[in-house]
Design a protein around this ligand. Sequence first.
Ligand SMILES: [Zn+2]
Length: 170
Amino acid sequence: MKRRTTHRSKSSKKLVAVRDEAGRFVDIQAYEKEHRKDLKKKRTPLQKRKDNPNSKYWRTKADNLFSKLIRERDGECLRCGRTDHLQCAHIQARENRYIRFHPKNAITLCPSCHKWNYEKSLHKNPAAFFTWLREFHPEIADSIGKLSGHPTASGSYREAYYYMEGGGLK
Ligand SMILES: [Zn+2]
């Protein structure tokens, strides 16, 4: 949820400053109104989400399992060798649904090599990242533009989850 700070108006009405993810001020609202909006956004019941094979419930389960399998496969940050706080990094964005769970579209990186380091991060400095990838993992670099036809490419998130749960990365 967005971070909010509350204030009082001159007439002692409770107000709330709405901020975005980065903490920047977006809007000032009557607290009551914001609170009512929150209540409306009540989560759908769990069973309903489980029954929908493409719900966020199944997407998160499939993403979490894929991430775990990728991290177990690699065991360390492939860029710097760190072994703590490992993350699964999609080389091509996971919004490309057809390769979201493709084992060749993801590698293990530490948070710095994945997102934060301006010199080498996959997201902060893709050019440097791909130079490194071509040098140290040429087989991944060569195949990354040609990935297709993975069994999870067109099924639901629930199918992708059970595919990986039954057979691991393949
Ligand atoms: Zn690293």
